[in-house]
Design a protein. Sequence first.
Length: 351
Amino acid sequence: MTRAIVALAVAALVAGCASEPIQMRFDASGSDGRVWPAPQTQEVPRYRYIGQLTGEGNFKAPQAESGNFKRALQWLVGLAERESDPLVLQRPQSGTVDSRGRVLVTDVSRAAVFVFDEAGGRLDLWERASSGQRFVSPIGIVNGRGGEVLVADAELRVVVRLDADGKPLGEIGAGLLKRPTGLARDAKQGRIFVADTHDHDIKVFDDEGRLLDRWGQRGELPGDLNFPTHLAWAQDRLLVADAVNARVQAFDSVGQPLRQIGQRGLYIGNLVRPKGVAADDEGNVYVVESMHDTLLVFDAQARLLLSIGGTGSEVGRFYLPAGVWVDGRNRVFVADMFNGRVVVFQFLGGG
């Protein structure tokens, strides 16, 4: 029995035996209602652990635990597992949440984009950069115009344009990009920002793919960059993870440096190898410090507010985390790369 036949059989079984559709659920096992800061600090909690996304295990039929259905499903899934591995995250890099509420995650090891569709109750995998080319090293991802999705593939050296169903539409930056990693977009002006890591700059394109500008050059002064990686656009400013300079830089809408967030050091809140960067609607800035396996939270004035993490696989810890992003509900997603998962927190507000 092929995997396709098994999938059809499972679908038929679900349709015949389950009165409700398959649902996406965040795995929150072992959380015990974790919040940060911890209750023993006597401080007001600001973040609550929601759960994690790992792959097909997040999708369950509500009645799949009963009697004959469960036994039949185990039999069918057993046949499928003998033919192929389960669909799970391997090395997630970064992500975004689109207008339909889907969580899109790039996975550099699986060389694909995972699409966690909560409303549709399904997990999709987008593997193609073009009709004749699969993704090789997808890293950055951002929502484009009109429901499009943009994916930076570092090895293909382009930004791939996909439609809302993952169908390739074309590419941006061919012949111009050396190693594109981070992506951000200014929806108001229709500009796409690409962190070109090996060129030590940010290349700015319009939505048609025309190069408009280059921001930065290799160096250590304000506005200089040294292997930039992840990006975020928030409140008319571009946040850049300036990795080897061990800082995050904020640029205004025309590319002038505004401020530095974080600095090199050995203490909590210092940076060594910053990766992911994001911001919520209250101006808080989130920075993944990959060397120390932490998520750092700074306020709009670049003051450290909180550190979450430490090395490990239990709730609230990370192992070489990569990207971070925030959705319209102020949920904070962290690509916990070597744990093969996306960890999700709810920002509870700063008041």
